[in-house]
Design a binder for this molecule. Sequence first.
Ligand code: NAG
Ligand code: NAG
Ligand code: NAG
Ligand code: NAG
Ligand code: NAG
Ligand code: NAG
Length: 270
Amino acid sequence: SVCSKPPEVLFATINVVKTVYDVGEEIEYTCRPGFVPNNGQRKYTCQPTGKWPLNTLLCLPVTCPPPPLSEFGVLSYRHVKPGNISYYMDTIIFECVPPLALIGNETATCQANGTWSSIPECRAVTCPAPSGIENGFLNFAVRRTYHYNETVSFSCQSRYVLEGPKHSRCEKTGNWSTKPTCKEPCKMPVKKAVVLYEGEKKRVQSDLKEGILHGETVSFFCKNKEKSCAYTVPVQCVDGNLTLPACFKGMSQANFKTDPSDMKPCEDHE
Ligand SMILES: *[C@@H]1O[C@H](CO)[C@@H](O)[C@H](O)[C@H]1NC(C)=O
Ligand SMILES: *[C@@H]1O[C@H](CO)[C@@H](O)[C@H](O)[C@H]1NC(C)=O
Ligand SMILES: *[C@@H]1O[C@H](CO)[C@@H](O)[C@H](O)[C@H]1NC(C)=O
Ligand SMILES: *[C@@H]1O[C@H](CO)[C@@H](O)[C@H](O)[C@H]1NC(C)=O
Ligand SMILES: *[C@@H]1O[C@H](CO)[C@@H](O)[C@H](O)[C@H]1NC(C)=O
Ligand SMILES: *[C@@H]1O[C@H](CO)[C@@H](O)[C@H](O)[C@H]1NC(C)=O
């Protein structure tokens, strides 16, 4: 005779899976990860009667004990899932009492062997008084050390444009996070010209004496001699740099000729 399928045990796998087993054939159960066997039998032999012996195995879920919090109450944690008991793969999230910084992994996972993957610690972190930035300044800065997660903010001098995050934060490393930079305005690279600025014709020599700000654009007028028409070429101020378009010739020296800005616009310029 033969044995048919052995009984299923919850949360366990069998090493040999068949529909029929020979008399004397042995099978072995293994609990899935995160489950541990009770002290029941794991191995069973197909009996001459064609029956399996009484199955006594149970696979019980692993639990992780609450993590040891040895520090003076500065480290705390919460369960991600509701309930007080942590099973395999459950996670908890740690927190430190401000201004202490959490060093290590903020989350811990209950492992198959009933231990937590890691437990972080809380440390006092300070950053030195922040240094200033070029062409800018710290707002409301007091010369002192700062604690973890405190922030300072920066501004730029007049006509400089702030780029990057306005705020810098005291980080866990004791360093300040990336500070902004102040981008230089551009002087107009010609003494006299009529240009397009914010959609309007402006005179460089009077309207744009101060130049333009970083990131702003002006358009220069260029001449197409063959078609005797004018087209505009936009150029952008990039941190104090503004490059004239190659086609720009400036105002006619002798003012008998028409300035390009007064010529009729080209239909399309190639
Ligand atoms: C969880 O723990 C709290 C405090 O230790 C207790 O009051 C509550 O009854 C517990 N809940 C369960 C489901 O065990
Ligand atoms: C933190 O631990 C979790 C497991 O709980 C892991 O998945 C993650 O990669 C870890 N993060 C870091 C930065 O080590
Ligand atoms: C528990 O399992 C983890 C991951 O497999 C391992 O790193 C750790 O050493 C084990 N701890 C114990 C006490 O067996
Ligand atoms: C850091 O400060 C911000 C507010 O600026 C706050 O939202 C955040 O929770 C703080 N982080 C920590 C770890 O204290
Ligand atoms: C942070 O400061 C440490 C010294 O305290 C230095 O070694 C490290 O390079 C700094 N990290 C960054 C990202 O600036
Ligand atoms: C202007 O551009 C040049 C080359 O592209 C660069 O080396 C220089 O630093 C720039 N000047 C400013 C003020 O950014």
